[in-house]
Design a protein around this ligand. Structure first.
Ligand code: G6P
Length: 600
């Protein structure tokens, strides 16, 4: 995580750097800093906390330069503090670096550099980079010194460097995102396209192991062996309005309300009454097993994907936490299809798991939102969500769109394998945007229930079958946005432990819409009631039995069981949002979290 931003051009850099950081604050918000290449040398300003703190400090400084780099941090090595904030400078204060990623051999490098007399001021891994460039600068060009440094760094980096007296910025990447924005007489660099969208749509994606020298009128990319590389200029499809709140109090709320449109966008052009069109080159009949790999919310959509694919296609599907998969000796081979799910397309563990599966010969397919992201470029084929930018740290529309994409993949595989996709399934899928909208038309009841939930310290989320992963997702949403401890559980498993926690202070949220486990869920609800527990139930309209057992109900429209998570998740998202907002939490940027986890 962490966000880096750079500008070189004809405008004063500071306001652009600050704006760029604001757009990327979701990537980390422990500290922020800028470094400007002024006429009389480099000038760095840093602050602990949010970009707003940096703005206060920068206000008293005379920063006139048109060249600068900036950073917003999600702390890994060293506590959130001003001294650990980037940019990190060398001993002379002539070289400044912003870095996203982890330098794994920093301790060994730091020892050598300290022996040679370099003085470190921070506890970060990143600071070794500026000192190494300083060390290698003797008798070498700026580019030469950076190149030498990059060759000995182990780990991951997306970085930008400025040097006093040099009218250029040098950038590089290995395993962390890095995008170049091409303006007219100005150039931008950033960890994420959303930060440069306001200024240009012409972009260049840097590949792993590439370095770029950026001047205001052009750029030159090289591989780490010094060889010049050719780059393609791409056009961003997102527009600047999509990264504004558009009248909503928070991005999370906006993104929840965008779901009907976002899901329609995922389905657009791909779904017909009797067929699904996907440009994925898979020999579905030859697929022996599917392994889905993902993290966080994307992992939970993967659990739903497993059930969909197994039900309709009768292919075995395993779902793996990407972070676990890569550190085993996983059984994957050329007859497997590896599906990676990632909103950002940059999650380090998911990317590493993808590489592992590829090396073992599996065919790879990505379900990704961010176009041009690393995962999107690494997979053999893929399905873009087209959900538009998701800014809030807590994923919402990405989740529903991921299920929509998995449903499309399911129908595609079923059609390829059996000659026919289930028409009822396709019809239901097409009708989902409207059903999601039905729930969004009545958010008031949920905000009332949130008033009760804000006072609770623990909550249990329970569901079965297709709605079991939803219990996990509902609990995750509540804990990450509201700091309320919540556990998701398969409802029947509750008897084997969590039921011991039930009393009047620990509410249980049941997903109790009508499906094949409905009767069983009713029994589970009875078990909670018998122990004095309070129940919020997600039910279908005109439901009597579950509603009678519940203290509060939220109604969701009737949907085919296997697609019901796409509507049932909406009240759970809204509940988490309203509770967090009622508690006065910065909903879009909950503490300690980051949207895109580009470190392991
Ligand atoms: C972080 C975010 C989650 C997200 C997860 C996976 O933890 O806070 O919202 O689900 O990363 O991210 P990805 O971009 O790979 O879907």
């Amino acid at each position: 995580m962490c966000g880096i931003f750079g500008y070189i051009g004809f405008r004063k850099a500071t306001p652009l750097l600050i704006e760029g950081l604001r757009q990327m604050e979701y990537r980390g918000y422990d500290s922020a800093g800028v470094c400007l290449s002024e006429k009389n040398g480099l000038k760095a300003v840093k602050a602990k906390g949010r970009v707003g703190e940096l703005v206060k400090k920068a206000a008293n400084q005379d920063l006139a330069s048109t060249i600068g780099i900036a950073h917003t941090r999600w702390a890994t090595h060293g506590a959130p503090s001003e001294k650990n904030a980037h940019p990190h400078l060398d001993c002379q204060g002539d070289i400044a670096v912003v870095h996203n990623g982890i330098i794994e051999n920093y301790q060994a490098l730091k020892k050598i550099l300290e022996k040679e007399g370099h003085c470190f001021v921070s506890e970060t891994d990143s600071e070794v980079i500026s000192h190494l460039i300083e060390k290698f600068s003797e008798g070498a060009s700026f580019e030469g010194a950076v190149l030498k440094t990059l060759k000995i760094l182990q780990g991951t980096f997306g970085l930008a460097v400025v040097k006093a007296g040099e009218d250029k910025i040098i950038g590089a990447r290995k395993g962390s995102p890095f995008i170049l924005g091409l303006g007219d007489g100005e150039m931008f660099l950033a960890s994420d396209a959303s930060a440069i969208l306001k200024y240009t749509k012409k972009v260049v994606y840097l590949d792993d192991g590439e370095m770029v020298t950026i001047g205001k009128d052009g750029f030159l990319t090289r591989k780490l062996n010094g060889e010049v590389s050719e780059k393609e200029v791409c056009e961003l499809k997102w527009n600047a309005e999509q990264i504004e709140k558009g009248g909503f109090k928070h991005f999370m709320l906006k993104e929840i309300f965008e779901q009907p449109q976002a899901v329609a966008n995922t389905l657009r052009g791909r779904l017909a009454s009797d067929t699904v069109k996907l440009s994925v080159d898979i020999d579905a009949k030859a697929v022996n097993r599917i392994v889905i790999m993902a993290c966080g919310t994307s992992f939970y959509s993967g659990l739903i994907g497993k059930q969909l694919i197994e039900k309709f296609c009768r292919v075995r599907v395993d779902v793996e936490y990407a972070s676990e998969f890569r550190y085993r000796d996983p059984i994957v081979d050329k007859d497997d299809l590896a599906v990676v799910i990632s909103q950002s397309g940059e999650t380090a563990d998911t990317l590493a798991a993808l590489k592992e599966a590829k090396e073992r010969g599996a065919k790879t397919l990505g379900i990704v939102n961010v176009v041009g992201s690393t995962i999107a470029r690494e997979v053999d084929c893929g399905i873009y969500l087209h959900a538009g930018p998701e800014i809030s740290v807590a994923a919402t529309k990405a989740f529903t769109c991921q299920i929509a994409a998995l449903a499309l993949l399911t129908a595609f595989l079923q059609e390829q394998r059996t000659g026919r996709a289930d028409p009822e399934f396709l019809r239901e899928l097409a009708g989902l945007p409207e059903k999601i909208q039905d729930i969004l038309d009545h958010p008031q009841e949920i905000s009332k229930i949130a008033e009760v939930f804000r006072k609770t310290r623990n909550a249990l989320y329970l569901g079965r079958g297709f709605n079991y992963p939803l219990a996990l997702e509902g609990a995750l949403k509540l804990k990450e946005t509201s700091y309320i401890h919540a556990e998701g559980y398969p409802a029947a498993e509750m008897k084997h432990g969590p039921i011991a926690l039930i009393d009047e202070n620990m509410p249980a949220v049941f997903i109790a819409t009508k499906d094949q486990t409905y009767e069983k869920i009713l029994s589970n609800m009875q078990e909670i009631k018998a122990r004095g527990g309070r129940i919020l139930a997600i039910v279908n309209p005109r439901d009597k039995e579950a509603s009678n057992l519940a203290d509060w109900i939220i109604e969701t429209p009737v949907v085919m069981e296997c697609l019901s998570p796409m509507v049932n998740v909406v009240p759970l998202q809204l509940l988490a949002y309203y509770v967090a907002d009622a508690k006065g939490i910065d909903v879009d940027k909950p503490r300690n979290l980051a949207k895109s986890v580009t470190v392991e």
